[in-house]
Each structure stands twice: as structure tokens, then as C-alpha cells.
Design a protein around this ligand. Sequence first.
Ligand SMILES: C[S@@+](CC[C@H](N)C(=O)[O-])C[C@H]1O[C@@H](n2cnc3c(N)ncnc32)[C@H](O)[C@@H]1O
Length: 410
Amino acid sequence: MAAVATVTAYDLAVTAPAARRTRSAPPPRRINGVPVYEQEFWTSKQRQANPLHEVSYRGCFKPQLPAYFIDRLSKPGDFIYDPFSGRGTTAVEAALMGRNVIANDINPLSAILTLPRLEAPLIANIDVRLRAIKVSAKQKNDIDLSMFYHPDTERELLNLRAYLAERRDSGKEDDADRWIRMVATNRLTGHSPGFFSAYTLPPNQAVSPESQIRINEKTGKDPEYRDVRALILRKSMQLQSDINAAARWRLQQAAAKAMFLEGPAGETADIPDGSVQLTVTSPPFLNVVQYAKDNWLRCWFNSLDAEEIGAGITMATSVNEWSAVMLQVLSELHRITRPKGWVAFEVGEVQRGSVNLDEAVVPLGLEAGFRCEAILINTQKFTKTSNIWGIGNNERGTNSNRIVILQKPA
Ligand SMILES: C[S@@+](CC[C@H](N)C(=O)[O-])C[C@H]1O[C@@H](n2cnc3c(N)ncnc32)[C@H](O)[C@@H]1O
């Protein structure tokens, strides 16, 4: 690997295994003068992702994406940032790779899903805590969730929700509580008996009660009983199945110094000037994903107001509107990035493939004060997820990752 200080965007492109085979290829095409490198820079097989990432979230990217840039553009101890952190893919990967972490997302669910995985309490401690939580008391629900849960599962969930709220509100919440909250939030709905709910799809968003009633009618099944504590323990073991003592130590080191913010990505005054070596991020692509609506059940479990959160989420209806928000974000990234530090800004195609957002990002990056070094387009082979959804490669907007590489001048 090239030394961080001297790495160039060209190095970035040619250190990819596929590129090594094509060094003699013709010079790359250019968009607005910026070279575009297009190939399969990373594959799922090339570097198996740690199971600790396996927390679903709408619009998340694969851990291989941040890993690629963290490996090449930073060194251990550097601060890695994601202003649109989502489930925390960049943060968790950075921590696993011995880097420090700053994460921001306007949706508080983001920190709920990320911080506990940096703290990574021992399975034995999670087990002891789970056993101590009483889940059988009668509880009255304020909303009808009978289409999602068996009555006994719902009672266990309501007790767990009340316990977690009490611990948080009384200031007694600890790493074991936060871990349990994270896993429970992740297990609320899904398509297998590993989730608390009746069969539902897709796994990373809650459909409306009306849609769930229709799914139940179609499958001809009422929700079956699920043992909430047993499923949390099982998922905890799976998430930590590749966390050895060294990895836990790295994660916990990062947790001790980590900064989690919950505000607009363009307004992050708490992050000091020139403190970040590398940002790896993916903003909302216009209004393609309904983050607030899709997360309504997760918000309910965590006593969060989905509508209030939704009001702050960027849901631009035009590229111009989107660009105005992104210019503010990129200007803020310029302030917090170290001289010679980097930003890898991942976007996609929108409006049925007629608009490539990377082309919109290039002038915004320049206006914010960065040099625009390259656009990397990671073209992906057929994936299992797209297969499930009947989507062939490149038929929909997000089958390729389009990453604009920006560097802050010295
Ligand atoms: C594409 S997702 C990021 C997913 C992330 N890369 C991951 O792997 O999970 C975009 C995220 O941006 C957040 N978001 C939307 N508008 C925002 C804003 N104005 N400021 C900060 N976060 C915002 C959403 O809540 C969502 O989590």
C-alpha cells in the first residue's frame, strides 16, 4: 500500500486487483476534466465483511466500500467520518480497522444502531442482563401491532421496551442495555423466524399495518410466537461471531473516543477544524428512500417521533434542490478535513438512470474548495439481494457505486 501522504487518485484506481491486470489500458474517459475509473474495485468475496455489520438499514452500503478507502487513504488512529451515517457501516468498519470514529445522522436511530457495536459487551454479560429483564407482566399497547406479533411476543416486547425506556430515562442505561436495544430494534420485522414478527418483506423496513394484514392473508398465517430474549441472544452471538479479543479491544478503543452527532450534515460545529483524515459517506439520493416512513416501527420501539425525524431528513425533489444541501455539506466537510485529507462521496443514478449524481457532485466539491481527483465507479456483478427482488444488474439506479474522490489541498 502506498504511504497515505503520497497516495493519488490514480493509485487508488490502480491498486484495485482488477486494475492491475489492465495497466496498459487506454487513458480513462473524463467528466468535467475528472478521470473516471470503472471496474469491480471490490467484491464481496475479496474481503469477507465482518458479521458485526449485519444490521439491516435502508440504503446502506456494503462494508467493502468504506474498507477500500480506509485502507488506502488513512492509517491507524486517524479520524474517519460519515455525516450520513445510517447503520454506521463506515464507523464500524473504521473501528474494526483501528481508526477513530465520528458519525452524524439526523435520525437518532443511527447512533442507536452503531454505538453499541463499538462497545461490544461480552456475550456472557448480554446473557446475564437478558435473564434479569422481566418480560411476562401484562402491558397495554398504545397501538395495534397484532398483525405483526403473536400476543405473547408482543407482551415480551412491550416489557422490554418499558425496561429500556426506564433505564435510559433514569440515567442507568449501560453498554449491555444499549446492545440489547440495538439488537431488538434490528429484529422487529423480517422474513424469517429469526425476527420477532410474522413473515414480512422487505427485511429492513416496516410495512404499514394494512400491508402486513394483506401479507398475513396471502401467507394464510397469523403471527407465531417468538421468544424475544432467545432471539436477541442468538443474533448477538451471530453479530459477534468474528470478534476476537484484539477486535473487541480495537472497537472499544474507538468507542472511548467516538463522537456521535444527531443533526443536519451541513451543521456540525462540534467537529473541530481540520480534524478528519477521511470521510466516506453516502447521502440520500434525492427522495428515493423514505427513511422516516420505513423506520416507523423502529421509532416506536425506541419512543422516537418518526414524523419529527422525517421533517429534518433531506428529501429533495430536484437535483438543484439536492445540490444546494450538498454544497453546504461539502463546505462543512472542507472545514473539518485535514489538509491533504480525503472525501469519498458515494452517490448513484436517479430519475430512472437519466441523472448521474456524481456529475452534480464534481462542481459542488470544487466550489467547496476541494480538488476533484477522480470518479470511481464500482460496477457490481449480480448480487443475491438483487436476485431476491428480481432486479437484474444495472436495471435499477443503485447497482453501481459512483464515488467522487475529493482531496483538500495542502
Ligand atoms: C444513504 S443513507 C446512509 C447509509 C449508510 N451509508 C449506511 O451504510 O448505513 C442516508 C442517511 O442520511 C440520513 N440523512 C438524511 N438527511 C440528512 C441530513 N440532512 N443530515 C444528516 N443526515 C441525514 C438518513 O437518516 C440516512 O440514514
